[in-house]
Design a protein around this ligand. Structure first.
Ligand code: ADP
Ligand code: MG
Length: 378
């Protein structure tokens, strides 16, 4: 009987994975920081302790009311960068195998998006997903060399701010004040599913050291923008793109993969009083592109005929890497601070929308308990 039950739940799990297609949602809660002004006693976020929900459930309590969520994976504040990377390394590998992959970090400013993506500069243990992914790719590339594979890797990095693209690797400083030239950074997709952004700097890379160097350059370029415009980096999307082309002449095979790693703009809604003029325009642009992103993922998951890719620069840029057999991972970053509970709930609801839409079809056939289990806490 027990075995039967296990087999059934395994089967159900697989069915759900199939229906879910190629979209995964992870949640990561960062540790409480000294800056988080709060009475550390009031715990607003906790994690289930029942075996089947461990690692997948999260509960937020607001005004005494419980809001439980389930994702493909939940990382508690104790999770190290290494532990997070282990869960995504398969996805990185699939880019080498010729898939188009997008990994997003979503969340309010200060929730840990940049920490997740980049890590702490100068700390080897604390490296984020981007440097770890590149190390893995260069390591595997070296191994595949012995099997006759030759890989070429190209990197570009850009920022989308107020629906305008900025090239973060451009050596031409004057060229970075875009808008002057409307034709600059025009996005085009060719019939092979390759994306071209006119005038965007693309750099051939041969080692993860070279990429680190470029990441530093991009970070500098971002902080220049920051002084020009109030905290621009948290108000813009950072898009790191690695194009991968592999050829094996003996086997007469080729692969073309893309790995996009995206540090999204802060998802917080600004207080009404603060939102005037440029700031209001900024907020509207961010809201528009974040909701466009969820609309696109939602439409893809529901296999709708019309997917509204063109509603924002970000979704249009990533169009070939979001549909078809490409793979998407959304990492939702959450702060545990009681003062952030509203924003945390917003982020989790956004993620739940991206996540849950895909399992809405089998809800009638399969056990409701499995899909929305009652979480118990110990
Ligand atoms: P965001 O990019 O979402 O605005 P950051 O990544 O800059 O947020 O994180 C805000 C602060 O929290 C930073 O000081 C960062 O070092 C710290 N932080 C975030 N996540 C973690 C974590 N998992 N462990 C330790 N510190 C973290
Ligand atoms: Mg950041």
């Amino acid at each position: 009987k027990v075995v039967e039950g296990e087999a059934l739940s395994k089967k159900m799990h697989n069915t759900i994975l199939e229906l879910k297609g190629n979209i995964r949602v992870f949640c990561r809660v960062r540790p409480l920081l000294l800056d988080d002004s709060a009475d550390n006693e009031t715990k607003t976020i906790s994690f289930p302790t029942t075996i089947e929900a461990i690692g997948r459930g999260i509960e937020v309590v607001q005004h005494g009311q419980s809001h439980p969520f389930m994702f493909d994976k939940v990382f508690t504040p104790h999770a190290s960068q290494e532990e997070v990377f282990v869960e995504i390394s398969q996805l990185v590998q699939s880019a080498l195998d010729g898939y188009k992959v997008c990994i997003f970090a979503y969340g309010q400013t200060g929730s840990g998006k940049t920490h997740t993506m980049m890590g702490t500069p100068g700390s080897d243990d604390d490296k984020g997903l981007i440097p770890r992914s590149l190390e893995q790719i260069f390591e595997v590339r070296q191994k595949l060399k012995d099997q006759g594979w030759k890989y070429e890797l190209q990197v570009s990095m850009l920022e989308i701010y107020n629906e305008t693209i900025r090239d973060l690797l451009s050596s031409n400083k004057s060229g970075s004040t875009d808008s002057a030239n409307k034709q600059q950074y025009a996005i085009k997709h060719d019939s092979n599913g390759n994306t071209h952004v006119s005038d965007l700097t693309i750099v051939d890379v041969r080692s993860s050291k070279e990429v680190s160097f470029l990441l530093n350059r991009a970070a500098q370029s971002r902080s220049v923008g920051k002084t020009q415009s109030n905290e621009q980096s948290s108000r813009s999307h950072f898009v790191f793109t690695l194009r991968i082309s592999g050829v094996n002449e003996a086997m007469e095979q080729q692969v073309h993969g893309v790995l996009n790693l995206i540090d999204l703009a802060g998802s917080e809604r600004l207080s009404k009083s603060g939102s005037t003029g440029d700031r209001l325009k900024e907020t509207q642009a961010i809201n528009k592109s974040l909701s466009s992103l969820s609309d696109v993922i939602f439409a893809l998951a529901k296999k709708e005929e019309h997917v509204p890719f063109r509603n924002s620069k970000l979704t249009y840029l990533l169009q070939p890497c979001l549909g078809g057999d490409s793979k998407t991972l959304m990492v939702v970053n959450v702060s545990p601070s009681p003062s952030s509970v509203n924003e945390s709930l917003c982020s989790l609801r956004f993620a739940a929308r991206v996540n849950a839409c895909e399992i809405s079809i089998p809800r009638r056939q399969t056990s409701l308990r499995y899909l929305a289990p009652r979480l118990s806490y110990g």
